[in-house]
Write a protein that binds this ligand. Structure first.
Ligand code: 5GP
Length: 212
């Protein structure tokens, strides 16, 4: 990495379960060059159709506990009885390479990142309403009734945390939601701290040339 290369920006996206945040962020990283999505570690077993090292790094609970003990996580949380975490080394690797990184994590995880005092841009993705979220969760036939009720109860608490974030985006329609997120990334990239290495080069070019 050159000394002038900018460090990547850290975006943290949270949303209640069933809001469609993973789909939205997967689309976002396809349309924004230089933006990557973090792959979390989880102790949850893979669901049908999920692949190790693609959807998550699926690991045993004992291994997860070892990683916590070793301080290997930037943040981790217990979500619906399973552990989920972001590798500190993986995140650092992306950011140091100058790539912007998106973590798709729950509200507790976002709080942990914030408490570490890291520069982060928090984005909360909201479902259009409680009723729409309920319909979406019931439409995913894989979830049992008790599970749906638990997710809705958690969603109620999570939605109340929106004010902890820098941006709020409503996922009423997929393309529109992706477009709003793209606009946020582009705007954040144009802020002075992110632009400093580029600006330094431009300003330097002005001071090197004599005006005749
Ligand atoms: P799921 O099991 O449905 O894939 O994910 C359940 C919840 O865990 C989602 O709200 C998701 O955002 C959250 N999650 C996924 N990865 C992480 C992570 O690395 N850290 C934290 N704190 N939450 C995560």
């Amino acid at each position: 990495m050159s000394s002038e290369q900018r460090r990547g920006l850290l975006f943290v996206v949270s949303a209640p379960s069933g809001t469609g945040k993973t789909t939205v962020v997967e689309r976002l990283v396809q349309v924004v060059p230089g933006l990557v999505m973090s792959r979390s570690y989880t102790s949850r077993p893979a669901r049908t159709g999920e692949c190790d090292k693609v959807d998550y790094n699926f690991i045993a609970r004992a291994r997860f506990d070892e990683m916590i003990e070793a301080g290997a996580f930037l943040e981790w949380a217990d979500v619906f009885g399973n552990l989920y975490g972001t590798s500190l080394a993986d995140a650092e690797h992306e950011l140091a390479s100058g790539r912007d990184l998106v973590l798709v994590i729950d509200v507790q995880g976002a709080r942990k990142v914030r408490r570490r005092g890291l520069d982060m841009i928090g984005i909360f993705v909201m479902p259009p309403s409680f009723e729409v979220l309920e319909q979406r969760l019931r439409g995913r036939s894989q979830d049992a009734e008790a599970d749906i009720r638990r997710r809705l109860t958690t969603a109620r608490a999570e939605v109340a945390a929106f004010a902890e974030y820098d941006y709020v985006v409503v996922n009423d329609e997929l393309d529109a939601c992706v477009e709003r997120l793209r606009a946020i990334v582009i705007a954040e990239r144009a802020r002075l701290p992110a632009m400093r290495p580029v600006v330094a080069r431009i300003v330097d070019s002005f001071s090197r040339k004599e005006i005749v």
